[in-house]
Ligand binder design. Structure first.
Ligand code: PLP
Ligand code: ZN
Length: 426
């Protein structure tokens, strides 16, 4: 019997254990996120032979959601044991008009993850984290959130019939607060920033009262992070098992970016997808109000200096990003770049994406669109190479950001005469 079969994460999990991203020390599968040796972050490592048995045909015969990639994920191989809203397989939208407007001459695609059940990419990470958490014996679900994660954890708990308690900064957008509260779990608004919320959750998780509680991005974070890989797998599969030459990804903790890169590596290593000539390049997007990772890259530094976030891209407002140095590593290794957009550029980015593709993004999608345009203007993105930009959330949750600039183009009385006077008919 191989180790994989006896995993505490369930039958047929290919996950073998946790490995420190800092010093490489290895630990058994458990609810642990920091290395006992050096306090570095832990990452799931797999039985390479088990991963190598996964075929395109198996994946293509699977359900139209993230679980088609169960053979490449740490948990959820047994459908009956999943804690999930079955997210994923969201549209990959061909964006010719956007390409023309920003000056890209190769195919451009928007991966639209607003189409997930709670309207952000967070459903992917939460489904994997909570499925692992359940297998590890947790009975209550929690998180520290910039908004979308709270929506998703509360909804997953509701579907599973489990209690939840989610923690957010008190000043989030009303759409994000309502969309969490409606599911009926506990919602704790903290009078502080996301980084304060996260610090508090790291303390709570150590207390006896939270012994039964999985914080998706604290004690079960290694499993959470793996869920982001599905955004890499899907894009490759939707392109006919090809990896795009360039991807532009929004960054909060920086985890999503590193995991899309990791997913591409796994697909190539497993013979599942073909890398583009010259390899793929990973690009990161932040807002000017919270740009610690991009700033480190621009300074040529390995040190991420934490910031106090400001600005409208609240879902990306992590001032002390846990995976920032790994995002730097991905971008440098692949020959990509990072940039950031200010609030006006973010609003314009939301408008540009909506008007050219029919996709209404939240502020994070405005950041990514605006940064993609900047990267082409600055020559960092090659206009001749196929490019995918990731829209990770839904504009309906951040209406206030564009409410001032999006409204009726005409207001007329209900008569033909009034319509004529307004110039609608001649
Ligand atoms: C959380 C989030 C991100 C970034 O996630 P990280 O993995 O922390 O970098 C991007 N977009 C949206 C909409 C998010 O909610
Ligand atoms: Zn270590």
């Amino acid at each position: 019997m191989s180790l994989a079969v006896s995993s505490p994460l369930g039958l047929n999990s290919p996950a073998l254990g946790l490995e420190c991203r800092g010093c490489g020390a290895r630990f058994p599968i458990a609810a642990q996120h920091a290395c006992f040796e050096c306090f570095g972050p832990l990452e799931v490592f797999y039985d390479r032979e088990a991963l190598a048995t996964v075929t395109r045909e198996q994946i293509e015969a699977g359900p139209k959601n993230i679980w088609r990639y169960a053979g490449l994920l740490p948990a959820g191989q047994d459908e009956a044991q999943r804690v999930t809203l079955n997210p994923g397989f969201t549209p990959l939208v061909k964006a010719d008009a956007l390409a023309a407007e920003i000056g890209l001459r190769a195919p451009l695609w928007v991966k639209d993850d607003s189409a997930n059940p709670t309207h952000s990419f967070k459903d992917r990470v939460v489904s994997v984290a909570l499925t692992a958490a359940k297998a590890l014996g947790f009975t209550r679900y929690a998180c520290a959130s910039t908004g979308n994660l709270a929506n998703s954890v509360a909804a997953h708990a509701a579907r599973a019939g489990a209690p939840s308690i989610v923690f957010i900064p008190y000043d989030l957008e009303p759409g994000k607060v309502v969309m969490t509260a409606v599911y009926g779990g506990d919602l704790v608004a903290i009078e502080g920033s996301y980084d304060d919320v996260n610090r508090l959750c790291s303390e709570l998780v150590e207390t006896d009262d939270f012994e039964d509680t999985a914080f998706v991005n604290v004690n079960v974070r290694p499993y959470y992070a793996e869920g982001s890989k599905t955004l890499g797998y899907e894009v490759a599969e939707q392109l006919g098992w090809r990896i795009p030459a360039q991807v532009v990804i929004p960054m909060a903790s920086g985890e999503l970016l590193t995991k899309i890169d990791k997913a591409f590596e796994e697909l190539v290593a497993g013979g599942l997808a073909v890398a583009p000539e010259g390899g793929w390049r990973v690009f990161g997007a932040q807002s000017e109000g919270c740009n610690p990772i991009a700033t480190a890259l621009h300074r040529g530094s390995d040190e991420i200096v934490p910031v106090k976030p400001t600005g409208i891209a609240k879902s990306l407002n992590i001032g002390d990003p846990a995976a920032g140095i790994y995002a730097l590593e991905s971008v440098r290794r692949t020959g990509g770049w990072m940039d950031y957009a200010n609030d006006d550029e973010i609003r314009d980015g939301i408008g540009l994406l909506a008007r050219t593709t029919g996709v209404f993004a939240e502020t994070a999608g405005g950041v990514t669109t605006a940064v993609a345009a900047k990267l082409i203007a600055s020559g960092k993105l090659d206009p001749q190479l196929e490019t995918v930009i990731y829209n990770t959330g839904d504009g309906l949750k951040t209406l206030d950001a564009v409410a001032g600039q999006a409204g009726p183009t005409y207001r007329v009385k209900p008569s033909l005469r009034a319509a004529r006077e307004a110039g609608l008919v001649s």
